[in-house]
Write a protein of this length. Structure first.
Length: 261
């Protein structure tokens, strides 16, 4: 199984997960042009994508979805409430309803040779979910856009070979920063985003013998620094596993878990 970030941050998110025969995107929160450029870094094209899995309907996760789906006619997977919200958004343009594939939060399903777990997360959206992916004995777990985590989320992410985890903000930067009070309260709330410290605590709970790599994502441009997020997590886990921060505006490294020993 392969994983790479195409864009990661509060201004736009798009991730890639694939195998030898199946290629998927998680979210499409940047332009179709930028998504295709990112795929090109992984030696892929838009026509190679077999499905787009949507976590929720906020613009930084779906802004490129309309153009991408129309250009390549790619099936779109999401919960019923999420897809309904997307279908009503005029700024995305017309999306063929036949492309919408409804999933249930908490359900498991397959696309090609990848098995996928969906699970609910706490965020201020209609019915937000995240996903874990399986190919054979290999597991990839990911979660962003959540105000807090619980035992259920830990259960879906445990025993992962690679983790992609939100480290959205530094609490002190956010509190002292220029955001209006209501927005600070939203971000810090139970339906907001994980801070660096909570990300570090979550990674600590998920450490296991098979975990090879942790990638920190969805960093706020205004309320975090990559080096700060990295140091916070590394200090907590005492460098028990490799940790990196996903690039904001360009494709990151393509991780091939099948090549890991």
């Amino acid at each position: 199984m392969k994983f790479g970030t195409i864009a990661s941050g509060s201004s736009g998110n798009c991730l890639y997960v694939g195998s030898e025969s199946t290629n998927l995107l998680i979210d499409a929160g940047i332009s179709c042009k930028r998504i295709c450029q990112g795929l090109g870094a992984f030696d892929l094209e838009g026509k190679d994508i077999h499905g787009i899995l949507i976590t929720h309907e906020h613009s930084d996760h779906i802004s490129g979805l309309g153009v991408l789906s129309r250009k390549f006619h790619i099936p779109i997977y999401g919960t019923e409430k999420t897809l309904r919200q997307i279908s009503e958004m005029e700024n995305l343009g017309k999306i063929d309803n036949n492309l919408f594939q409804v999933i249930q939060a908490g359900s498991s399903f397959s696309i090609g040779d990848l098995s996928i777990e969906s699970f609910s997360i706490s965020h201020d959206a209609a019915d937000p979910v995240s996903y874990a992916f399986h190919e054979g004995s290999t597991k990839l777990g990911m979660v962003t856009d959540l105000g807090y985590y619980d035992d259920a989320i830990v259960g879906h992410l445990k025993e992962s070979d690679l983790l992609y985890i939100e480290a959205n903000h530094d609490i002190h930067m956010l509190q002292a920063g220029p955001y209006p009070y209501y927005l600070k309260r939203r971000i810090l709330g139970d339906r907001g985003h994980l801070c660096n410290e909570k990300a570090a605590e979550l990674v600590t709970e998920l450490l296991n013998d098979s975990l090879k790599q942790v990638i920190l994502g969805h960093l706020s441009k205004e309320n975090n620094y990559p080096d700060l997020a990295l140091a916070t997590v590394e200090n907590e886990i005492r460098k028990a596993v490799a940790v990196e921060v996903a690039p904001r505006d360009y494709a990151g490294q393509l991780y091939d878990l099948s090549n890991e020993s």
